[in-house]
Design a protein around this ligand. Structure first.
Ligand code: GDD
Ligand code: MG
Length: 351
């Protein structure tokens, strides 16, 4: 069986104003009844494949995680709390070390982001099983998604040698390329997108970190040695953890390791990182509009209109996002959705 480890410490600023510092996107319901974290918990509920899940998150989100798991009747294997955000390399290091302690060095781990929509069907299960087999052989396994556009928000994986059983070596891993490079990689037809999920044995990931990101590993190891545990929470020691460099697992390990493998995965996958992604996933009515909450639209097309409180009236618009939370409103073109994070930085500076 695989120990699922859910990464739930990100800020999700591109989905402002629904995603906020106090409740990041993974804890929010966008469309449907469950929050993104809850959807991720459902994804790993298959007991024939998975052990109980662990969650790695920021100290300030501890109640949201515990409460949302309780609502789903999910018994977590533990919640690892980061005193400060140090990006995903440190979070993955903490998870690998904790799993080695509780389940042994050979135990398999699957890292899952909590900001995705993925359909769990036979195809998904089949890909996970192939990944698990390769991970037992010492690979750090990624899931390759067929790219549809030259997105600069993803990691790109160049398929290498055929290892059999639907698994390939990774010839090259390029995290978040610039637009020109992304276009070249898309045109070449040799690359897939990194899904953001990884499967590996706890011991293998620890060796990778030892070789490629020793500062991260040392700081996190110390923070676990002096961690304080109460109930389901493990509070990593603040002083040691803060010494870990802030870097994502993609840059720290995936771009550098010779042991990366990829399972080309024809799964239904969507990264819900920005407003245009949510609009696309939701589908839209005959005018291409997605409306959620209190809103009246006139002569408006291909737009996303969401309100949590005020009644919105939108007229004569095309291709826009109008998003109203309880206390803030965002209006912008859907094709500028990737830039919302920068706008939020300006907002923070104005406050
Ligand atoms: N615990 C913890 N601590 N979790 C974190 C932290 C942190 O400091 N930072 C981010 N996360 C969580 C996020 O909540 C998310 O679930 C996951 O880790 C991935 O982080 P993102 O910030 O969303 O990464 P990304 O989307 O830019 O890029 C990653 O995902 C892409 C696919 O969606 C990369 O793996 C790309 O290569 C990949 O294509
Ligand atoms: Mg993401």
């Amino acid at each position: 069986k695989i120990v699922p480890v859910i990464m739930a410490g990100g800020k999700g600023t591109r989905l402002w104003p629904l995603s906020r510092a106090a409740a990041a996107k993974q804890f929010i319901r966008f469309l449907g009844d469950e929050t993104l974290l809850q959807k991720t918990l459902s994804r790993v509920s298959d007991a024939s494949l998975y052990d109980a899940p662990m969650v790695v998150t920021n100290e300030e989100f501890r109640f949201l995680v515990a409460e949302q798991a309780r609502e789903m009747d999910v018994k977590l294997d533990g919640i690892i709390l980061e005193p400060v955000a140090r990006n995903t390399a440190a979070a993955v290091a903490a998870a690998a070390l904790m799993v080695r302690e509780s389940h042994g060095s050979d135990a398999l781990v699957q890292i899952l982001p909590s900001d995705h929509e993925i359909e769990v069907d036979e195809t998904y299960r089949d890909c996970v099983k192939r990944a698990a087999k390769a991970a037992r052989g010492g690979k750090i396994v990624t899931f390759g998604i067929t790219p549809t556009e030259p997105s600069t928000g993803y990691g790109y994986i160049e398929t290498g040698m055929d290892l059999g059983d639907g698994v390939y070596t990774v010839a090259r891993f390029v995290e978040k390329p610039n637009a020109d490079v992304a276009q070249e990689m898309l045109d070449s037809g040799r690359y897939s997108w990194n899904s953001g999920m990884f499967v590996f044995s706890a011991g293998q990931m620890i060796s990778e970190l030892e070789a490629l990101a020793p500062d991260v590993l040392t700081a996190v190891q110390k923070s676990i040695e002096t961690a304080k545990g109460d109930l389901d929470f493990t509070r990593l020691d603040a002083e040691s953890f803060a010494r870990a460099p802030s870097i994502s697992i993609d840059y720290a390990v995936m771009e550098k390791t010779p042991n990366a493998a990829v399972v080309p995965s024809p799964i239904t996958w969507s990264d819900l990182g920005s407003w245009d992604a949510i609009w696309k996933l939701a589908g839209g009515d005959e005018d291409g509009n997605v409306v959620d909450g209190n809103a009246t639209l006139n002569d408006t097309k291909n737009s996303l209109v969401m309100s949590r409180h005020a009644h919105l009236a939108v007229q004569g618009m095309e291709g826009v996002a109008v998003i109203a939370s309880e206390d803030a409103v965002y209006v912008g073109r859907l094709d500028r959705s990737q830039d919302v994070g920068n706008l939020v930085k300006m907002l923070a500076a104005d406050e």
